[in-house]
Design a protein around this ligand. Structure first.
Ligand SMILES: Nc1ncnc2c1ncn2[C@@H]1O[C@H](COP(=O)(O)OP(=O)(O)OP(=O)(O)O)[C@@H](O)[C@H]1O
Length: 271
């Protein structure tokens, strides 16, 4: 998609990303490139005929292609930043978040974080067959809380998730996707994180839950290092974040004040 011209000041390729030394940098992303390798996508249609042809040609391996998902992204997140990442489908938002979480290796460039990043995604691992209650306990222990701390946090998590009465005793496979997302967010928010990465977790909540989430993220920002939020709902991003990165085709188009960036994005994309 061709969108507005870049508002980021171009940086000579060999100069490292600029860090404001008077502030406390938490995440430094320096000329980051992420490339996925896709097997079996060599431009042929995935038909039986092409598979047969490969066998006849004794090509037992399908061809590989590369998807260049993040293309030279650089920025610094400072302590207390809540950064929203916006962009159209496929612009590289989730890929960037996973790279900051350390789940995808850079092709070139680098990601440096001060502390442990925690990625809270829609698919974050909770055990579907176990009850909400068991998941809270396991989730807290997995995040490094002691059994006593877990006990102390339990009611706070249940109240924050705001599930219908009784549901906390039901297995999570009986929950709607929204209920699961609320519980995941409530568990993750029970601990302070050096770097908290939230991928669409708030998308499914109702207005009341979104208000509670916003307050919680504000608190996390104060206690923690930096919070990143990927969301398609621009109002959630504008209300929650102090800074927004707009990605398009793997590149930063704008980085700055939420209102300014979202207005420019809305104008350019008609969203
Ligand atoms: N596992 C993968 N293997 C190959 N290509 C991938 C993979 N995951 C993402 N991509 C590609 O990388 C690009 C960026 O995808 P990404 O999921 O980061 O975008 P996004 O902005 O989060 O999209 P959405 O808003 O739809 O969630 C897309 O072209 C996508 O097709």
């Amino acid at each position: 998609m061709g969108v507005a011209e870049t508002k980021q000041r171009p940086r000579p390729v060999d100069t490292p990303v600029q860090i404001d030394q008077s502030r406390n940098p938490i995440v430094v992303v320096d000329d980051l490139h992420i490339v996925y390798k896709v097997y079996g996508a060599g431009g042929e249609r995935g038909s039986g005929a092409s598979a047969l042809l490969r066998v006849l040609k004794r090509q037992n391996r399908p061809q590989t292609t590369e998807v260049h998902a993040v293309k030279g992204v650089s920025f610094v997140a400072y302590k207390g930043d809540a950064i929203g990442i916006i962009g159209t489908n496929g612009s590289g938002k989730s890929t960037l978040l996973k790279a900051i979480a350390g789940l995808l290796p850079p092709h070139t460039g680098g990601v440096y974080t001060d502390g442990q990043p925690s990625l809270l995604g829609v698919g974050a691992a909770l055990m579907k067959d176990l009850t909400g209650e068991r998941n809270i306990i396991l989730g807290c222990l997995a995040m490094g809380l002691s059994p006593e701390e877990t006990k102390g946090k339990y009611q706070e998590i249940v109240d924050f998730a705001g599930l219908k009465p009784g549901f906390i005793q039901y297995p999570m496979n009986t929950y709607s996707s929204g209920m699961g997302a609320r519980l995941r967010f409530a568990i993750a928010a029970a601990r302070t994180h050096d770097v908290l990465l939230i991928d669409e977790a708030l998308a499914t909540g109702d207005a009341k839950f979104k208000r509670r989430s916003k307050a919680k993220i504000e608190q996390l920002r104060k206690d923690a290092g930096a919070v990143f939020l990927v969301a398609h709902q621009l109002d959630v991003v504008e209300e929650t974040c102090n800074r927004v990165l707009w990605l398009d085709d793997g590149k930063i188009i704008m980085d700055g004040d939420p209102h300014e960036v979202i207005s420019a994005y809305t104008e350019a994309t008609g969203k």
